[in-house]
Each structure stands twice: as C-alpha cells, then as structure tokens.
Design a protein around this ligand. Structure first.
Ligand SMILES: [Zn+2]
Length: 104
C-alpha cells in the first residue's frame, strides 16, 4: 500500500483505492484517452469507462476511506522528506514536483 500524488488535481491517493496508478505503471493502456494512460490519477480523476466500453465502477468519485487532501495542505517539503525514505509514501512525489517546476 503506497500513496501518490494525482497528476491532475494534486490530491493524495492510495494505490490500493481504485485510481489508475498500477494501470499506468503497467502501461496497460486501458483508457480511451492518452492522458489517463500515461498520468497517475486519483480515483476521482480516473475515467469511469475503459476503452472497451466496460465500466470502471470505483472511478469518478472519492472513496472516502480517508479524507481527500491536496498536497499543498501537507507541504512540498514534508512530502519530499517522507517520499525519499522509500517507505511507500508519495511514491511519485519527486517526479511530480519536477514536472510541476518544468511547467512554470
Ligand atoms: Zn485527482
């Protein structure tokens, strides 16, 4: 069980809670749009339908297993400090903040 930052909305989700994290890491290309196949999304940002037309029933809404929090509520320093410990916390944080800087 690991946490990651949603590349679309910036909230923290858990890889076991229905988001597309493992589908992206496994390069499974199950979604219609390229963005969702190549970016880690929280469960709420994950498309509700797969490219074959079948329903992704956990997606499109927050799971409420823990409160939805944007990374800025925790702070970049805090997140990067914990993510560097290889503990499964914020596993894509370094990449996420690097991409964010590149966009600015
Ligand atoms: Zn999201």
């Amino acid at each position: 069980m690991s946490t990651y930052i949603c590349e679309k909305c910036g909230c923290i989700d858990n890889t076991a809670c229905g988001g597309n994290y493992w589908l992206v890491k496994g390069k499974l290309n199950l979604f219609k749009d390229e963005y969702s196949n190549t970016h880690c999304l929280c469960v709420e940002c994950t498309p509700t339908e797969f490219s074959d037309g079948s329903k992704n029933k956990d997606a499109g809404k927050w799971h409420n297993r823990f409160p939805k929090k944007h990374w800025s509520e925790l702070g970049k320093e805090h997140i990067l400090r914990l993510s560097s410990k290889q503990s499964g916390n914020y596993v894509n944080a370094e990449e996420y903040f690097k991409n964010l800087e590149d966009k600015e």
